[in-house]
Design a protein around this ligand. Sequence first.
Ligand SMILES: Nc1ncnc2c1ncn2[C@@H]1O[C@H](COP(=O)(O)OP(=O)(O)OP(=O)(O)O)[C@@H](O)[C@H]1O
Ligand SMILES: [Mg+2]
Length: 354
Amino acid sequence: MEFFNREKEIKEILSIIEFEPNFIYFIYGPINSGKTALINEIINNRLDNDKYVVFYINLRRYFISKYDDFIALLFKEYSEDKKPLELIKGLIKDSPLIFGIPIPKNTLEILLSKNEEVNVFDYITNLLLDIKKEGKQPIIILDELQKIGDLKINGFLIYELFNYFISLTKEMHLSHVFCLSSDSLFIEKVYNEAMLNGRAKYLLVDDFDKETALKFMDFLSKRILNKTLSKEEKELIYSYVGGKPVLIIKVIDKLKYKKLDNILNSMLKEEIAKLDMFLELLDYHKPKIKIKDEVIEIKKALKIFKDRYKVPKKGIPMPVYIYLIKENILFLDPIEGTLKPQSHLVWNAIKRLL
Ligand SMILES: Nc1ncnc2c1ncn2[C@@H]1O[C@H](COP(=O)(O)OP(=O)(O)OP(=O)(O)O)[C@@H](O)[C@H]1O
Ligand SMILES: [Mg+2]
């Protein structure tokens, strides 16, 4: 799928990248809002190949239960008889993107053994320094960082990592660091973390606003259907699925062989069925959250959204909104202090059922 828009976000991220590294950046937003797609677009099409080396690590597809699992994902072993920098030079000829940090075979075990002076982070730092000496700016991107949020080594792995990232950005100005996550509870924890105070910044990649969503529909219908949709059709699509790119793509794609009303109604029906099941199960085995009359409170909280899309988080008791976020029904913007349904589709289901 061809990439659409996000010019404002791209401009902001590029201007951060052009300046010297000073902060850890957290890119957050609702599920499927297009965070990963945005970062990929920047790496693949918007960066000057000669100036940057990008290490991209996506934790999504992996099961990570201990420190060694994470380290294994961070690095990529190679067996050629080359210095890591030489290997990198070869890799970045066509694109600045490198998956995992290259390390010669058998080196990792040595670095991980406790009696070694240099550790894995020193190895990375030295490599980044070498890259900088070559006149290139390193960028580290970690996607789905929340997956190591609860992992313990001596303390929590995440703290060790944050400390390291602070040294790379604020102290040494050596590498840019971007962390992506759609887990809003993780972002809230990060946001309230004292050690990151003044050392991290937050960029929201939200679903498209209405104007952009309608333009995205034009963009897609021209390419997929080879026709334009009427204003009424676009408004109707927006009223069902809002500005979530992936849902708009789904609707337009189905228009190849299905009527718009049928598409939208069956998508909503599916979402209503999911929410209905959730509510039934709620009555059946009352969730163990730290609040009295939890079922009543959860339903009361959902009802607030009947006539509003976004509410201040103070309007809903914390155990209730945490539960609804974990169930992927609500999204929390910790920086703005607001809660909203994960999508317009969920919102519509709430309006119908409660
Ligand atoms: N700007 C865009 N232009 C075209 N397609 C897009 C755009 N943004 C997102 N998409 C589409 O939406 C899909 C989901 O986006 P993406 O995986 O980037 O979301 P995400 O926010 O990273 O999701 P998650 O919350 O699961 O991490 C992409 O595979 C892509 O097809
Ligand atoms: Mg993603």
